[in-house]
Ligand binder design. Structure first.
Ligand SMILES: Cc1cc2nc3c(=O)[nH]c(=O)nc-3n(C[C@H](O)[C@H](O)[C@H](O)COP(=O)(O)OP(=O)(O)OC[C@H]3O[C@@H](n4cnc5c(N)ncnc54)[C@H](O)[C@@H]3O)c2cc1C
Length: 250
């Protein structure tokens, strides 16, 4: 339950408010506005101008409060990321949910975060310290592992990579039971991630080339057993999807 609502006009004001106890950032509010027993104070980010999408050199900078649908509709959004976004949530939620809120709240079934992780996305993040908030850039891998408190201000993606996204789900619009996201750099570096299971998407491979990609996919899901599918099924499907992704890189 939201017990206190703030809508600051500046980032500094937001960061100061967020140092107060039991106070969290509010993105689109699709998760935070769910009824819960706990009461929380929220700092609404919508007036901070953090919703822009910018191309800078070989990077796409996505403001934290950019909605999933705005990103999907951007001409600068890679096709494979668009495919993942369509599966993340239905249109009404995509129109409201923000990219940062989605990254923070995501579990291992998130196609969006699986694709971002393959692209080795970086997050601009403000840590909240008692005296002066400090700014730093974290890899998404690190963010997922440590979940630092504070404020994500943007997500940065490389645009000079080829990418692919493949999935299997119960229906075409369902969140995948298994999905594979692949990014390959000009140097040959290949990064494969898997989604559809567990608490976070998994990094299956980050190598100087894509050799062994199917084996890496199989190995990554050897314990991926839940009510949706057995680990054996996921291992087989992950290997097939990884092969397809490699063949369809664009
Ligand atoms: C009815 C309903 C139920 C849902 N239930 C779940 C669920 O149980 N689990 C789940 O994973 N998803 C759930 N979702 C999906 C949820 O909508 C997505 O995770 C969504 O993309 C969150 O984005 P948001 O911008 O609305 O986030 P919000 O609801 O605004 O925030 C989600 C989380 O992210 C934090 N946050 C937001 N912006 C920032 C920022 N810039 N920096 C740091 N932290 C930030 C918030 O403090 C909060 O902890 C549900 C959606 C709906 C409509």
């Amino acid at each position: 339950m939201i017990s206190n609502y703030h809508r600051p006009k500046t980032l500094d004001e937001a960061l100061t408010l967020l140092t107060q106890p039991n106070t969290v950032p509010l993105g689109g509010g699709t998760l935070l506005s769910k009824a819960t027993a706990d009461s929380v104070a929220v700092v609404d980010l919508q007036s901070l101008g953090l919703d822009a999408l910018r191309v800078s050199g070989n990077e796409l900078q996505i403001g934290a409060t950019c909605t999933l649908q705005s990103l999907l509709e951007s001409e600068n959004c890679p096709a494979s990321l668009k495919a993942a976004l369509k599966l993340e949530a239905p249109l009404n939620i995509r129109n409201t949910a923000t990219v940062a809120g989605t990254v923070v709240a995501a579990d291992g079934r998130s196609p969006f975060v699986t694709m971002l992780l393959a692209m080795d996305a970086k997050l601009e993040h403000r840590r909240l310290t008692a005296d002066q908030p400090s700014s730093n850039v974290l890899s998404l891998s690190e963010f997922i592992l440590t979940h630092p408190s504070g404020l994500v201000t943007s997500i940065i993606l490389p645009l000079n990579v080829k990418t692919a996204f493949e999935f299997v789900s119960k229906t075409p619009a369902d969140k995948p039971i298994v999905c594979a996201a692949l990014a390959q750099w000009n140097s040959g570096r290949a990064r494969l991630t898997l989604g559809g299971y567990g608490k976070t998407p998994l990094l299956a491979m980050d190598g100087t080339e894509a050799d062994g990609i199917q084996e890496a996919a199989r190995n990554a899901y050897h314990e991926a057993n839940d009510e949706w599918a057995s680990a054996e099924y996921r291992m087989d499907v992950a290997a097939v999807l990884a092969k397809r992704a490699l063949e369809s890189l664009s």
